[in-house]
Design a protein around this ligand. Structure first.
Ligand SMILES: Cc1ncc(COP(=O)(O)O)c(C=O)c1O
Length: 471
């Protein structure tokens, strides 16, 4: 086996050891979780009606951590300490731990007053949860194309998508970049829209010196295991708005259990409650992980900078554009691939790079509106709910091709590398660069092999084997 022959053509792979990623953990996680177990702190939540409920619901996270009276509605000690510590770090009045970012987005939207039939502008390019969260309260997602360089929502396209039914914008700070918040704020002000920031992939990213998640009406973070810090599963809602916080705390905590039947406040009494609580053990993990957020972010950025420097030098590999006013924390290393510059079709490149032992993807499988639920407009049951609900059904339709920039990123340009997180080292990053250089050097041999298969009449199956499936 020759070293320079691409592995997909029978050469030795550039790397044989698998890549691994996992959170930074030490004895702090163990101690805090063990303490919680020994103290029998598993949930500690008790939902009981209280004459002080309006005060309790609006207590800042800092106050809630120290005030003992009626503590049970806002959670046990770790939940309230995690909330206070997160609020302190992000400089906001409220941080509300929740069981996932998906439920956090639904709760934040509903708490901001977005309801059935209301339209929510959302970038077409994100993880599916960003859009499905909008459906929980029967609101209607309206998909907006993204900026080709930052991959975040295109504010001009958002402006064109506003109708009299639009109530909110749900910008996603994708892959750790930050959206153009100034342009979105102008739109929101002009059209009286709420802004709920999806920060699942950007904890620690700053826009004009402010952490994302504290710029709009609310922000939502994820602590799912693939994220920069983790509680296994989990999330956090951030806001400075006491009414939004109160409503959020009700929605995620069986709202109705603490509301008495004569409650005069229609904005609180009309809320259906769920159980979206985080458990104490997850909050204990979260407190330990929060102390490592800066280190985890620095780890990702160091590896990303290495890739950006070395791959960015090669023709055909462009890192994302990070605007000057953004302090970027890379979540996943994404590059724009130009097959005219490399001379290798993207699918063939990816198949060859994977054969070298390097995991690489092309991003999400499809844009969110391309999911059958949207194309067929059937989220609940089979009769078209929520689009067909009520006396004034929604005219929003979803079709392939509606967001060409997002589609071209996924289907032609994206290369995503996930393995920049701890404990990947710069040696691991060097392996990626070496493998890319090797595959590019073997471009002629790879193209010739693909051509031979195409001409041999072996048909699509054999061609698929050499070109691989990259999505
Ligand atoms: C942009 C974005 N939004 C929302 C979510 C949902 O987060 P969770 O898994 O915590 O519900 C994710 C998770 O991958 C995400 O990447």
């Amino acid at each position: 086996m020759t070293k320079s022959l691409p592995a997909i053509l029978g050469g030795a792979p550039a790397r044989t050891t698998p890549f691994v990623v996992g959170p930074i953990v030490d004895e702090t996680e163990e101690r805090l979780v063990l303490d919680a177990i020994r103290n029998h702190d598993f949930s500690r939540y008790i939902g009981a009606s209280s004459p002080d409920i309006n005060t309790i619901l609006r207590l800042s996270s800092r106050d809630a951590a120290v005030i003992q009276a009626n503590w049970h509605f806002l959670g046990g000690p770790n939940i309230r300490l995690f909330a206070a510590e997160f609020a302190e770090k992000f400089g906001c009045r409220y941080a509300i731990p929740i069981n996932s970012a998906t439920s956090g987005l639904s709760v934040a939207l509903a708490a901001a007053g977005v309801g059935p039939g209301d339209e929510v502008l959302v970038p077409a390019l994100s993880f599916s949860a960003t859009a499905s969260a909008i459906l929980l309260f029967n609101s209607i997602p309206v998909f907006v194309d993204v900026d080709p360089k930052t991959f975040c929502i295109d504010p001009e396209a958002a402006g064109r998508a506003i109708t009299p039914r639009t109530r909110a914008i749900l910008p996603v700070h994708l892959l750790g970049n930050a959206c153009d918040m100034e342009a979105l704020q102008v739109l929101a002000k002009r059209h009286h829209l709420k802004i709920i920031e999806d920060c699942a992939q950007a904890p620690g990213t700053h826009w004009r010196g402010r952490p994302v998640g504290t710029i709009g009406d609310a922000g939502v973070f994820s602590f799912q295991q693939s994220k920069n810090i983790t509680t296994g599963e989990g999330g956090m809602i951030t806001t400075n708005d006491p009414d939004l916080a109160a409503r959020a705390r009700l929605i995620m905590n069986h709202g109705e259990t603490v509301m008495d039947e004569h409650h005069s406040d229609i904005d609180l009494a009309n809320i259906v409650g769920f159980n979206f609580r985080m458990i104490e053990l997850a909050a204990a993990l979260g407190r330990a992980q929060l102390g490592k957020l800066d280190a985890a972010n620095a780890w990702r950025n160091r590896n990303y900078m290495f890739l950006a420097e070395h791959l960015g030098r090669l023709p055909g590999f462009t890192p994302p554009y990070v605007p000057q006013d953004v302090d970027f924390i890379c979540h996943v290393a994404a590059f724009l691939y130009d097959e005219r510059a490399t001379g290798l079709p993207r699918d063939l490149f990816i198949a060859a790079i994977r054969a070298e032992g390097i995991p690489m993807g092309t991003g999400y499988t499809r844009l969110m509106y391309e999911n059958p639920m949207f194309l067929r407009r059937i989220a609940y049951g089979t009769k078209g709910s929520p689009w067909t609900d009520g006396a004034d059904p929604s005219e929003v339709r979803y079709v392939k091709g509606q967001c060409p920039v997002g589609e071209s990123l996924i289907y032609q340009k994206f290369l995503w590398m996930y393995h920049i997180a701890h404990p990947s080292t710069l040696d691991d990053m060097s392996d990626i660069v070496r493998a890319v250089e090797k595959v590019l050097a073997g471009a002629s041999a790879l193209n010739a092999a693909a051509e031979k298969i195409r001409n041999s009449g072996l048909g699509k199956r054999a061609q698929g084997r050499i070109e691989g499936r990259s999505r």
